[in-house]
Design a protein around this ligand. Structure first.
Ligand code: SF4
Ligand code: SF4
Length: 404
């Protein structure tokens, strides 16, 4: 990654045309000029000229970005704004002395502890039937505003949608594929992991569990490159070089794991990144057949370059419903939702409107953070026939089989 000051020419390329206004989800939700790439470039220009300094306030404005890359694809000057914001935030971390509290709040220790606590809550919800009670009380809980919605959101995430025990039967073949769980599978709900194993087994690929930590995308996006590098080191220690692949089912993990080699100069990091493959790519040539007639639509995660759209469109026996803006940001994006909860909620709310009153049973996606974003929007809807958000592999394992 280049140092912030090396992006000077790219920042000057911004003609201030304002075209990014039409695509930026954060600008649309806030009408705040600082949410736009153009607005942030104005601030960064001030820093380059020495008129402004990196501060907590500047960082807050830089954080007004989900990293969706919509502006990059739309910008007539072809500016990769996300990259520049990450470099600028990294410069902030280098220049601004962090208090002990800030260091603790940004640490992986705290993040992991929170995930473990969430995992314990998820376990209690499932084991003591609390999930079912919450599901049954949806209408009532919606009357409790923020608290009720968050409880419903948590419940949607922890509930099992896939009964893995009945159909999962591992096979061993010649190739060894290490499974990169990602935080959601590892701590909160392993439905997707079980579904991936089941689908890949049916396709004669065996998957081996690993002890990898978080992929660290939230640290990368936050510009906290020191923490990002520490997690790369930890994950490299768990990397068994004799494996043939490292498989991930998460679009965001996939994108960031492939970048490890750019932040760690070792041969091991190069080998690691080169072995990363999306689970979706392993099933792209398989034709699936649905065992139930369902109406399905898609949400494409911003960082998903896999073929999952065609996999879904080609499933025999489903009714595929094309949705406008299916590829636009869901508003979650890891730390963004924690830093800007109201904006994140508003983007999710707008996004989900596209899927309502279209008789859709499922919105299929490939990223756990997007499931959070979609569910964040869905919990606001008090309609009995609203769609459900579901991971691609859970959908395939629950409702489909490879067609012969
Ligand atoms: S679209 Fe590109 S050139 Fe135009 S204002 Fe936005 S960032 Fe600048
Ligand atoms: S990456 Fe997305 S959220 Fe960030 S400034 Fe560009 S369009 Fe807006």
């Amino acid at each position: 990654m280049k140092e912030f000051l090396n992006y000077e020419d790219e920042i000057y390329k911004c003609s201030r045309c304002g075209l990014c206004q039409t695509v930026c989800p954060v600008y649309k939700a806030t009408l705040n000029e600082c949410a736009l790439s153009r607005g942030k470039f104005n601030i960064l220009n001030g820093i380059i000229k020495g008129e402004l300094k990196f501060s907590d306030r500047v960082k807050k404005y830089l954080d007004l970005c989900t990293g969706c890359n919509a502006c990059k694809e739309f910008c007539p000057s072809g500016i990769d704004a996300r990259k520049i914001f990450i470099a600028a935030k990294n410069e902030y971390y280098k220049n601004q002395k962090q208090t002990l509290l800030q260091k603790f709040l940004n640490s992986y220790v705290l993040f992991k502890t929170l995930l473990i606590c969430l995992g314990i809550i998820a376990f209690i919800f499932r084991c003591f039937g609390i999930s079912q009670i919450i599901k049954f009380s949806e209408k009532f809980l919606l009357k409790f505003g923020w608290f009720g919605k968050k409880l419903l959101l948590l419940n949607l995430l922890v509930m099992h949608k896939y009964n893995a025990k009945n159909i999962y039967s591992p096979k061993i073949n010649g190739q060894k594929a290490l499974y990169f769980d990602g935080c959601f599978n590892k701590y909160i709900n392993n439905d997707t992991k079980n579904a991936v194993k089941n689908i890949l087994n049916q396709c004669d690929i065996s998957v081996v569990d690993s002890k990898f930590e978080c992929c660290a995308i939230s640290y990368f996006h936050d510009g906290n490159i020191d923490e990002f590098k520490k997690l790369i080191e930890q994950n490299l220690k768990e990397f068994d070089e004799s494996c043939d692949y490292i498989i991930t089912d998460c679009a965001s993990c996939n994108a960031v794991l492939k970048q490890y080699k750019d932040f760690n100069e070792s041969q091991k990091a190069l080998m690691f990144s080169n072995k990363v493959i999306s689970a979706v790519d392993l099933i792209k040539n398989i034709q699936f057949e649905s065992t139930k007639t369902l109406n399905v639509a898609l949400h494409k995660p911003c960082h998903d370059n896999s073929d999952f759209i065609n996999i879904v469109k080609n499933i025999k026996g489903i009714n595929f419903i094309e949705i406008e803006n299916y590829d636009k940001c869901c508003g979650f994006s890891g730390k963004f939702a924690l830093q800007n909860p109201k904006i994140s909620q508003e983007i999710s709310r707008q996004k989900i409107k596209n899927y309502l009153n279209k008789n859709i049973d499922y919105i299929i996606t490939t990223c756990p953070a997007c499931l959070l974003g979609l569910n964040q929007g869905l919990t606001e809807i008090d309609e009995p026939d609203k769609p459900e958000a579901i991971n691609l592999f859970v959908f395939l394992a629950e409702y489909c089989k490879p067609s012969t």
